[in-house]
Design a protein around this ligand. Structure first.
Ligand SMILES: *[C@@H]1O[C@H](CO)[C@@H](O)[C@H](O)[C@H]1NC(C)=O
Ligand SMILES: *[C@@H]1O[C@H](CO)[C@@H](O)[C@H](O)[C@H]1NC(C)=O
Ligand SMILES: *[C@@H]1O[C@H](CO)[C@@H](O)[C@H](O)[C@H]1NC(C)=O
Ligand SMILES: *[C@@H]1O[C@H](CO)[C@@H](O)[C@H](O)[C@H]1NC(C)=O
Ligand SMILES: *[C@@H]1O[C@H](CO)[C@@H](O)[C@H](O)[C@H]1NC(C)=O
Ligand SMILES: *[C@@H]1O[C@H](CO)[C@@H](O)[C@H](O)[C@H]1NC(C)=O
Ligand SMILES: *[C@@H]1O[C@H](CO)[C@@H](O)[C@H](O)[C@H]1NC(C)=O
Ligand SMILES: *[C@@H]1O[C@H](CO)[C@@H](O)[C@H](O)[C@H]1NC(C)=O
Ligand SMILES: *[C@@H]1O[C@H](CO)[C@@H](O)[C@H](O)[C@H]1NC(C)=O
Length: 426
């Protein structure tokens, strides 16, 4: 009750000072706050564990709605309830590390997450907690994690590590004993292994291994992941051809392979990925011509093929390109568009084709290769072309002006000479 009295006083002052204005009155403390003084229903051991983890326990962690931004949730067992989930975020700096003894009493947790809790991490979680977890997430927290730490979480369905360096042997070690995994995110983790060749294929539907230093090829065994909906391998050091077997992943909706060193053509077999929504192959060394089958993909919204080595005439019409939210093909110097089918107002960032299907001129500046995602009326391109025209007519006007001035000068000299001669004769 103590901290409430000065607060109330302040509120009163505020109300008094703002009576002339029409602001709505600030909410007054509601009478519902009284139940908080009732004893917590949480297992006392877990209550003190929360305390040791720096979580204030003045409000019952099992109350509904949960205090501290949903930091906790509990089961409904009696006489004491137990914690099911714990989300530690924005940890106070008073907490110097994660007390292992506290973690040991939390083995009823199925979900544990850290965000912005830069603490030293324990080498391993207590094994009972390791096995009870179905969901583990760690974002910009715990100075670093080891592959071993993660690999012991055998019962996970959901694993997400974001912005935390992971040391040790790599992705395969981490996931090989997680048969229930549904969603795997290891992003910005400094992992430098190859991609696993063996997966537990049944449930995995989301893989995000973006922004690491992963090496090697996409293994064809990836095609066994029949539930896979999204695959993000952006910003790694992967290379090689796309395996034809990628086409077996018929549930795939999102593929991001940008910023790697993949090469070769887009395989024709990809045409069977009819659910595709998002395809990003940008900033690789893909080559060959663009396949026509993309225009038959009804759900496609995002197609980014920029900064590759594609060549030839773009085989898409304006209605397809306008249907997409994003369509990017810039940065492919041998790619061009058919002027009689596509308007320059689409600003595709590539040159127009000559009649042999080759680019007529060097493509416009990189700065103009944004496309598709702006529903602009193309005014800017009109302006650009106008300014180009102006630039073109500039020198010719100058030449004309100089010519007129010169001829005037010559004419007047001749006139004066003639005049003086006529005068001299007389
Ligand atoms: C708190 O968690 C519940 C159930 O998990 C969820 O429905 C609710 O939206 C969450 N509230 C906030 C503010 O995150
Ligand atoms: C943690 O801090 C961030 C930024 O200060 C804030 O946006 C977020 O809501 C905080 N989270 C919680 C659970 O308090
Ligand atoms: C692992 O999870 C399953 C359900 O997904 C559960 O039945 C099993 O008891 C869990 N194992 C452990 C050791 O908690
Ligand atoms: C990232 O990995 C490299 C070796 O692959 C290592 O030298 C470096 O210290 C790691 N960085 C961090 C932040 O752990
Ligand atoms: C893939 O990962 C990158 C980097 O983390 C991110 O910017 C991008 O949005 C992701 N792509 C998809 C489709 O989620
Ligand atoms: C898939 O791509 C869509 C469209 O670009 C995006 O809105 C969505 O967040 C992506 N989903 C996943 C799981 O990456
Ligand atoms: C594509 O690049 C590969 C080398 O990465 C080369 O062998 C092949 O001939 C190229 N294909 C075309 C059509 O340029
Ligand atoms: C554009 O291409 C699609 C697919 O090739 C086709 O179904 C559609 O009729 C074409 N639209 C126009 C206006 O030519
Ligand atoms: C451009 O399209 C027109 C009309 O469909 C066609 O006659 C012409 O051959 C095409 N040009 C190229 C280079 O494909």
């Amino acid at each position: 009750m103590k901290p409430k009295t000065p607060l109330l006083f302040l509120l009163l002052l505020l109300l008094l000072s703002t009576t002339t204005t029409t602001t709505t009155p600030p909410p007054t403390p509601s009478p519902i706050s009284s139940p908080t003084s009732s004893p917590s229903t949480l297992d006392p051991k877990q209550l003190s564990a929360l305390h040791a983890l720096g979580l204030s326990t003045t409000l019952d962690p099992c109350s509904n709605p949960s205090p501290h931004n949903n930091a906790t949730s509990c089961d409904s067992s009696r006489p004491f309830r137990h914690l099911l989930s714990l989300h530690l975020s924005n940890c106070s700096s008073d907490l110097s590390d994660l007390p292992i003894s506290a973690l040991r009493s939390l083995s009823t947790l199925t979900s544990l997450s850290f965000s912005n809790c830069p603490l030293p991490s324990p080498r391993l979680l207590p094994s009972s907690l390791s096995l009870s977890l179905h969901s583990f997430s760690c974002s910009s927290s715990l100075h670093h994690l080891s592959s071993l730490f993660l690999s012991r979480l055998h019962n996970l369905s959901y694993l997400s590590v974001l912005n935390v360096p992971i040391s040790g042997s790599g992705v395969a070690i981490i996931t090989s004993h997680m048969p229930h995994l549904i969603s795997l995110t290891l992003s910005h983790t400094n992992l430098s292994s190859i991609l696993p060749h063996h997966w537990h294929p049944l449930h995995l539907s989301h893989i995000d291994l973006s922004s690491n230093q992963l090496k090697g090829h996409i293994p064809s065994s990836l095609s066994l992941l029949s539930s896979l909906k999204s695959l993000n391998l952006t910003s790694n050091s992967l290379h090689g051809l796309l395996p034809d077997s990628l086409a077996d992943l018929i549930s795939l909706r999102n593929i991001s392979l940008s910023h790697n060193s993949f090469s070769g053509p887009i395989p024709d077999s990809l045409s069977s990925l009819s659910s595709l929504v998002h395809l990003d192959l940008s900033s690789n060394q893909f080559n060959g011509t663009l396949p026509t089958f993309f225009s038959a993909m009804k759900n496609l919204k995002y197609l980014n093929l920029e900064n590759n080595n594609f060549h030839g005439v773009i085989p898409y019409n304006a209605s397809f390109i306008k249907r997409l939210q994003v369509f990017k093909v810039g940065g492919n110097s041998n790619l061009c568009y058919n002027h009689s089918l596509l308007s320059s107002k689409l600003e595709l960032g590539i040159a127009r084709c000559d009649r042999y299907g080759l680019p007529v001129s060097p493509p416009p500046d990189k700065s103009s290769d944004y496309s598709g995602d702006d529903e602009d009326d193309g005014g800017s391109s009109e302006d650009r072309r106008k300014s180009h025209g102006g630039h073109h007519s500039g020198p010719s006007k100058l030449v004309l002006g100089v010519a007129i001035a010169l001829s005037c000068l010559v004419f007047s000299v001749v006139f004066i000479v003639c005049l003086s001669k006529v005068c001299g004769c007389r």
